[in-house]
Write a new protein. Structure first.
Lengths: 170, 174
């Protein structure tokens, strides 16, 4: 990061290579839209690049990066129209027709229940489940307390559980 | 929600953190020993646990092929100085504020010019009747100080007043 701050593009490219996958996964799972996720991830990396000359390695780079990414995701959600499309379906592996339909419905139900959560709960769930972050890391990245993270996850899980169809709960 | 006991309420609030392994040793012991004896709380814990495998079903598409290329292109442009002095300004902001910034800059220059003209006009127009630090405070003309003649053609302190004064040989208001 310090090298990127000196304008060394190879160093910055190394950072992008290392974090692009997890940034993309987080942004996509939160925004459930390809175009929005791509814009946000690009914007986040460019902001990192712009801030590189001022970067001080006092805190974890991961926390620094996710703080920016999360803020951009939340801003994008705020600007989105209320009736934005539901998550796109991602084709899974190719079992039989009935199984394919069942799997597709299961994925759709999970995506919908996650998308139905309020933004802060959704972000906490995404960071916990998909980025494997602990409460302290999530708290630092979202700039809230650990207790607030615990509440968000508790409510998020309860909310998802409530919105899943009955056949999935068995 | 009605719980069987107060302990149920205490435990239910902590089930999520229990699943995440984020409880203190003491609280973890309380929760685990309670769910062994309370079927309601045990069922609640199992229901939360069943979300784990379901959430894993949420696949995402691959990272877009051009993502890294687009990012590095933009970074390269900034390093090459296509946006001089904006490494501290977010890209999205730069695109948005560029045209607005130039308009704001023109407006700012005009405002500074007007303000400077007013100030010099006011300074030039200060005559015997103007309150000043050297005047006896008791003799300050309240009407001048609090005058609301700004709606007049040449209110006190205005550029017009200063011009009128210069034209009339130093006498305000003629």
């Amino acid at each position: 990061m310090l090298a990127a701050g000196r304008g060394e593009l190879e160093a910055f490219e190394e950072i992008v290579s290392r974090y692009q996958r997890s940034a993309w996964n987080t942004a996509y799972r939160f925004l459930y839209n390809h175009e929005d996720a791509e814009d946000v991830v690009q914007d986040a990396f460019i902001r990192i690049f712009d801030a590189a000359p001022r970067y001080r390695p006092d805190a974890s780079f991961k926390t620094f990066f996710y703080t920016i990414l999360i803020r951009l995701c939340l801003n994008r959600i705020d600007r989105r129209k209320p009736d934005a499309d539901l998550p796109e379906d991602i084709p899974g592996p190719e079992p039989g027709a009935a199984e394919r339909l069942m799997e597709s419905e299961k994925r759709r139900a999970v995506r919908s229940s996650l998308a139905a959560l309020p933004p802060a709960q959704r972000m906490a769930v995404v960071l916990r489940y998909y980025e494997g972050m602990g409460y302290k890391e999530i708290a630092n990245a979202m700039q809230i307390s650990e207790k607030a993270v615990e509440r968000l996850l508790s409510r998020g899980r309860a909310g998802m559980r409530a919105s899943l169809p009955e056949w999935l709960k068995k | 929600m009605m719980f069987k006991s107060r302990r149920c309420g205490y435990v239910r609030c902590r089930l999520s953190a229990c699943i995440d392994g984020e409880l203190s040793g003491k609280d973890m012991k309380i929760v685990l020993s309670h769910v062994e004896s309370c079927s309601g709380c045990r069922r609640a814990l199992d229901e939360l646990k069943m979300l784990d495998p379901l959430l894993r079903e949420y696949d995402v598409p691959s990272v877009p092929e051009n993502l890294i290329k687009n990012i590095m292109t933009e970074a390269g442009r900034r390093t090459a100085g296509e946006f001089p002095g904006v490494r501290d300004v977010p890209a999205a902001w730069t695109a948005r504020i560029g045209p607005a910034f130039s308009r704001a800059a023109v407006a700012a220059v005009l405002m500074i010019g007007l303000a400077a003209g007013s100030f010099f006009g006011w300074s030039a127009g200060r005559g015997k009747s103007a309150p000043s630090a050297s005047d006896d405070p008791g003799s300050v003309n309240v009407e001048v100080v609090y005058s609301l003649d700004v709606f007049g053609a040449a209110p006190y302190g205005s550029i017009e007043s200063a011009f009128a004064m210069a034209k009339n040989g130093g006498e305000e208001g003629k």
